[in-house]
Design a protein around this ligand. Structure first.
Ligand code: SAH
Length: 403
């Protein structure tokens, strides 16, 4: 896909309510549209009835058909018009890798310079796809391998929903009939709330019956804590929210998640409270990556339990906050280590004893580097972070491992 011609080239532009118009000479990619914007496109650009958009969405997202000529319930004239103005440009799979535990990872090319990863994780009765929202990440969380690659750009709606399409097609998923893909988590590369409009539009396709038909609670957005955007998300969407906490106090959190300097824990928890209060019976998952000797001590667990109890009180709801403990997944060059199994269990027990709902996320796909924080596409870095990280690795004599 040439970077300068498709909506991909314009993706880093400011957020807008409608997809980027295709540049002159380029055809619009239908993957960029959710139901309402595709209806608008049919009415305003093609001069057609709005419901025609529904037929096209079903062909693409239910039957994985991308050639207008194969969409047999569309008239010849309409198909010709579609060819003239639009295309269905599927993402390019560069490489895929199955894991011994059923996990499946795709490396997907977004333009000639950049690629991202998506991972499918099957588990008793459910199938979860972990989706990326940006090429690299602009945040610099110290324990995440994506951070070491720097940042290039936001993904377009087409590039985000394209990951779901690739996985669903691979699985033979048929919404409402043969459900293989039951959950989507925006937990791949990138900070989804820094690519707000494209992410929200892609999630609307995930939830739409004409798209992947997933219930709100089965689509989860994970954020490092972009406070204003959490409020904005609450205004436009009912998806599940996960918040990457990783530390129970500001001093430690600022060290691990530098964004905490801008939005400290108190402000973050207040935004979470507003999010939960908007939606009766919803809850927020707080992710906490356990790193040996860093944030895994009993005092941290007690401090975290206090924070969660305060959250229950503030929201006047029991279990408004759930904790998801993630044993740290190592990557080359990192200074962190996974906590000992006994410390993980002790940490969980302290929280459970304090009546905090706490799960340990079992590591999946680590034989193919597909576990949390291990995703690593190909990022044409626009920051200096990748180069700096390579220097660190070279100093450790580990640069081959990261190549
Ligand atoms: N930017 C978003 C989504 C991407 S990360 C966010 O920060 O939430 C998805 C989850 O994996 C986050 O909770 C993240 O902090 C965690 N994670 C990152 N690196 C990890 C690692 N090396 N081991 C375990 N979990 C990690």
């Amino acid at each position: 896909m040439p970077a300068a011609t498709g909506p991909a080239g314009a993706a880093a532009a400011e957020s807008k309510n409608n997809p980027e118009p295709a540049p002159a000479g380029a055809r619009t990619n239908i993957f960029d549209f959710d139901r309402v914007s595709l209806e608008d496109f049919f009415e305003n650009v093609l001069g057609e009835k709005r419901y025609r958009a529904h037929q096209v969405m079903k062909w693409i997202h239910h039957r994985y058909v991308t050639d207008f000529d194969d969409m047999t319930d569309l008239g010849k004239a309409l198909r010709a018009k579609l060819h003239q103005h639009a295309e269905v440009r599927a993402p390019m799979v560069i490489h895929e890798k199955p894991s011994v535990d059923g996990t499946h990872k795709w490396l997907i090319g977004m333009d000639p310079m950049n690629a991202i990863e998506a991972v499918f994780i099957p588990d008793k009765g459910r199938g979860t796809l972990c989706v990326s929202s940006q090429v690299g990440c602009a945040l610099n969380c110290q324990f995440c391998s994506t951070a070491t690659q720097g940042f290039n750009r936001n993904l377009t709606t087409a590039e985000i929903i394209g990951q779901v399409w690739v996985a669903a097609r691979h699985l033979g998923n048929i919404p409402h009939q043969q459900r293989k893909l039951t959950n989507v988590v925006m937990m791949g590369m990138g900070e989804p709330l820094m690519n707000f409009d494209n992410v929200v539009r892609a999630m609307s396709i995930m939830r739409d019956d004409l798209g992947y038909g997933l219930a709100n609670k089965r689509v989860t957005l994970s954020t490092a804590g972009m406070v204003p955007m959490i409020d904005k998300l609450g205004e436009v969407s009912d998806v599940s929210l996960a918040v990457s906490l990783h530390a129970p106090n500001d001093e430690l959190r600022t060290e691990l998640v530098p964004l905490n300097k801008k939005y400290p824990i108190e402000e973050l928890m207040a935004a979470c409270e507003r999010y939960v209060k908007r939606k009766p019976r919803s809850s927020i998952t707080f992710e906490y990556t356990l790193m040996k000797g860093v944030n895994d001590q009993p005092r941290h667990a007690r401090e975290l339990a206090r924070l969660m109890r305060q959250f229950d009180n503030a929201t006047q709801m029991k279990d408004a906050g759930k904790v998801n403990l993630i044993p740290f997944n190592p990557f080359p060059g990192t200074r962190f280590e996974r906590s000992a199994e006994s410390d993980i269990r002790a940490f969980q027990k302290l929280l459970l004893d304090a009546q905090v709902l706490t799960m340990v996320r079992r590591t999946r796909g680590d034989d193919i580097d597909a576990a949390c924080g291990q995703l690593k596409g190909q990022v044409m870095d626009r920051t200096r972070r990748q180069a700096e990280f390579r220097k660190t690795l070279a100093a450790q004599g580990a640069d081959d491992a990261a190549a």
